[in-house]
Design a protein. Structure first.
Length: 135
């Protein structure tokens, strides 16, 4: 059976994040009042509730905070991607995001390892996924 993979759908709040990825840039929000870095995209700062959030370009680099190896597909859409290396990346700015690792052997994965972004342009779609590989 063939399944079409679900892709991110940008909302008014998250649109700058997804548009930056298509330019192979990582942008996240920073609060203009308390300087907190924020991910995922929001309308209000989770630290001080300010609505003054600004989009800032960052390197996207970080460290591996946690991971799991999915040997069975977590949904039919990812049956062709197992084993899927699902990771939580702690960005150098502090926020954590969920992603997948590529170009890394399973045995080389270590919590705390340095990671850098991989911009995965989805063929035929105007969408770029943020994945990670060893720095
Ligand atoms: Zn704030």
């Amino acid at each position: 059976m063939d399944f079409e993979k679900p892709l991110p759908v940008a909302t008014a709040t998250s649109k700058p994040f997804w548009e930056a990825l298509t330019r192979h840039e990582v942008q996240i929000q920073q609060c203009a009042d308390c300087q907190a870095w924020i991910y995922y995209p929001r309308a209000f700062c989770p630290e001080c509730l300010s609505p003054k959030l600004e989009w800032k370009q960052i390197s996207g680099k970080g460290t591996l905070y946690s991971f799991t190896i999915a040997r069975r597909p977590t949904a039919p859409f990812w049956a062709d991607e197992v084993p899927q290396l699902i990771v939580v990346v702690e960005l150098d700015e502090g926020p954590r995001l969920t992603s997948t690792l590529c170009n890394v052997e399973e045995g080389d994965i270590r919590v705390g390892m340095r990671l850098q972004p991989v911009f995965d342009d989805v063929s035929g779609k105007d969408v770029t996924l943020l994945r990670y590989e060893a720095e």
